[in-house]
Design a protein around this ligand. Structure first.
Ligand code: HEC
Length: 114
């Protein structure tokens, strides 16, 4: 009886360790958060969707270039969001994290990045 009590917690800790070790690598670091990115694309002020066509976000804005066609990589999207370009305003109220999420989302949604 005593042995069982001593052994179980160790096993639990081992499996808990495995779970923690296997989750973040695949889910957080590599894959863009598509849902959060899409929400920002239609929800930022002003919404990217007003001016840009992006199939993944079901937007058909025609003031800016069709993102599905120009397939910008994340760095290009990020530069446009931070600095603005032509008629597109700079987004000074988005956090770094939001800008990164949005940039990774657009790049992935247009197929610019696998
Ligand atoms: C008011 C309309 C408007 C809004 C809102 C807008 N854009 Fe743009 N965007 C434009 C226009 C116009 C251009 C083309 C500018 C030029 O080349 O002169 C552009 C260009 C771009 C480009 C290409 C940049 C390049 O290097 O050629 C990207 C990427 C982009 N926008 C992404 C976004 C994202 C992401 C958002 C939301 C955070 C957004 N845009 C919001 C109008 C807009």
């Amino acid at each position: 009886m005593r042995e069982v009590v001593l052994v179980l917690p160790g096993k639990r800790a081992f499996f808990a360790g495995l779970l923690v070790a296997s989750l973040p690598a695949g889910t957080l670091a590599a894959e863009p958060d598509m849902e959060a990115g899409r929400a920002l694309f239609v929800g930022a002020t002003p919404a990217c969707a007003i001016c840009h066509t992006l199939n993944d976000a079901q937007s058909s804005g025609a003031i800016g270039p069709k993102l599905d066609e120009i397939k910008p990589d994340a760095a290009r999207v990020e530069t446009a969001i931070r600095n603005g370009i032509g008629q597109m305003p700079a987004y000074t109220t988005l956090s770094d994290k939001e800008i990164e999420t949005l940039a990774a989302y657009v790049a992935k949604a247009t197929g610019a990045q696998p």
